[in-house]
Write a protein that binds this ligand. Structure first.
Ligand code: NAP
Length: 180
């Protein structure tokens, strides 16, 4: 297990059949829930985080958002990208790290305690490493059939405690899990 006092937290939306994006990475199917004008607890969640750790694929999506959506420092997990390639305006907000241990070492050096972990492969890596302490999963009432999964074979036999489930008028059903 890595992390020590550092805790990872997941807040993510999936289709009813467990996908977080289409195969090509698109998340258009999330728009219905976003358009409802309800933040589904995201504001409270993000207020408790010190920084965000996301995978390179998620970064590819959010780098296209206008304006930049995060107030918190962002670490991007990637073995292939280099911070030197970031445009100047992003380099102030984002650092690229090569591995989870590098991310947690940087987080510890900055005194961060709570990391928002985002992106399917990244979440699975963090789960496998024992870094994640809470999961908030919002299931949308849509079946995609195929796409990029949230979970997979990297993570097996992890028992979590169900804390609560609530539903919203849009049909979104949100469950919170914590580690025993
Ligand atoms: N539904 C939602 O709420 C939600 C939330 C977030 C993201 N998304 C969507 O989900 C998609 C991204 O998820 P994803 O599972 O495809 O990918 P991801 O986790 O965002 O990114 C995967 C990449 O991150 C790097 N990476 C992951 N684990 C690593 C590790 N342990 N060490 C080093 N590098 C590591 C690798 O980059 P390199 O190949 O560069 O090494 C890998 O290719 C995007 O389409 C995004 O828009 C949806």
């Amino acid at each position: 297990m890595i992390g020590g006092v550092l805790q990872g937290h997941v807040f993510i939306a999936t289709s009813l059949d467990g996908f977080i994006a289409r195969d090509d990475g698109s998340i258009d199917w999330l728009n219905a829930a976003n358009a409802a004008g309800e933040d589904h607890g995201y504001g409270d969640f993000i207020a408790g985080m010190d920084a965000i750790l996301m995978g390179r694929e998620t970064f590819r999506t959010v780098a296209g958002f206008e304006p930049w959506p995060f107030q918190l420092p962002v670490l991007v997990l990637s073995r292939t990208q280099d911070s030197a390639l970031l445009p100047a305006w992003l380099a102030e907000r984002v650092a690229i790290v090569r591995s989870l241990p590098e991310a947690t070492a940087l987080a510890a050096a900055r005194g961060w305690r709570n990391l928002y972990i985002d992106g399917g492969e990244t979440i699975r890596s963090a789960l496998a490493a024992g870094l994640v302490r809470s999961l908030v999963i919002s299931r949308l009432p849509v079946l995609l059939g195929q796409g990029r999964p949230l979970f997979g074979p990297q993570v097996t036999d992890v028992e979590v405690r169900h804390v609560c489930t609530r539903s919203f008028p849009s049909g979104l059903v949100q469950s919170r899990y914590e580690w025993p």
